[in-house]
Ligand binder design. Structure first.
Ligand code: PDD
Length: 290
């Protein structure tokens, strides 16, 4: 059975219980991270822990563990569970109070939960065919840079895609692309990679950073700047990126094929190259034992 970590102890998942007064349960008051693990090695762990710190600072919650302790706990969760490739989920909430009160309790004892699941990346057929997406107005709050567990808007937006037989929902705010319901979105136009800038309107994706680093390393021109809705709709290529989806081509948006001429409605060459660079990079990092 899956072993999880809850508040200082490792235990079978069926035994892990949190009080109903936990503010994570009552208010969605907490932070989370999802870290891919390849060959039992967490990928970009320091960066994920840095983003966790950014979220905790943003929600005024003291980090319950030092970086080295997080690394130790995550290492142990990975070791205690089956599978070389895993997806580690960690969550910190503001803990349980004695009564329901929006304002923070005086004594904050955060709840810390870590679990791991098998890492499921897109199957080759899906990568080769690409996926369909819809679009929707970005109706979330103005701190989308924080990875909080208050994900109702993201869940509603992702479900909209699923209801339409699609995989992701692209979000537009005030005429500009922000991101996907649970991914970052890249646009390719005339051989140039376009990415919305990291600001309060999108999650600073760890995969997003890797993609931009790989573009720079391989000489692919890239521009980080606001991307107008019309530019996204008229893209040669669209990709979604995340720790679990990696780099996945979007070939239909709102029922229209993405791209032009012989590439219309099919994954494009730049995305294919980026996917290969990403896989090669993962291999290098794993071999180096980073
Ligand atoms: N989500 N934007 C949003 C809103 C996300 O939820 C995610 C990831 C990303 C991509 O971030 P990264 O490259 O660091 O995975 C962007 C995770 C996978 C999740 O919620 O399960």
């Amino acid at each position: 059975m899956t072993t999880v970590f809850l508040n200082g102890q490792f235990m079978p998942i069926a035994e892990a219980k949190v009080p109903v007064m936990d503010r994570g349960f009552l208010f969605g008051d907490g932070a989370y991270e999802l870290i891919p693990v390849y060959s039992r090695r967490p990928f970009r762990l320091a960066e994920h822990l840095r983003r966790l710190q950014h979220t905790l600072d943003g929600i005024r919650l003291a980090n319950p563990h030092a970086e080295a302790e997080w690394m130790r706990l995550i290492g142990e969760i990975v070791a205690r569970n089956d599978g070389d490739d895993q997806s580690v989920y960690l969550q910190v909430t503001r803990g349980a109070d004695t009564k329901r009160n929006h304002a923070f309790p005086a004594q904050v004892v955060p709840t810390v939960f870590i679990m791991t699941e098998p890492l499921v990346t897109p199957p080759p057929a899906q990568r080769e065919q690409g996926i369909a997406a819809i679009s929707a107005p970005d109706m979330r709050w103005l701190r989308c840079d924080l990875k909080t567990i208050s994900l109702l808007a993201n869940c509603l937006l992702r479900q909209q895609a699923v209801d339409a037989g699609c995989v992701e929902t692209l979000l537009f705010r005030d005429g500009f692309l922000t991101e996907g319901a649970a991914s970052n979105i890249f646009v390719v136009r005339d051989g140039v990679l376009l990415a919305p800038p990291k600001d309060h309107l999108m999650l600073p994706g760890i995969t997003y950073d890797v993609v931009l680093e790989l573009a720079a390393a391989h000489g692919l021109p890239a521009e980080v700047r606001p991307v107008a809705e019309a530019e996204a709709r008229g893209a040669d290529e669209l990709w979604m990126t995340s720790s679990t989806k990696e780099v996945l081509p979007i070939v239909r948006l709102d029922g229209q094929p993405v791209g032009r001429d012989e590439n219309a409605g099919r994954p494009g060459p730049v995305g294919r190259r980026m996917y290969d660079w990403y896989q090669a990079f993962k291999q290098t990092v794993m071999r180096a034992g980073e």
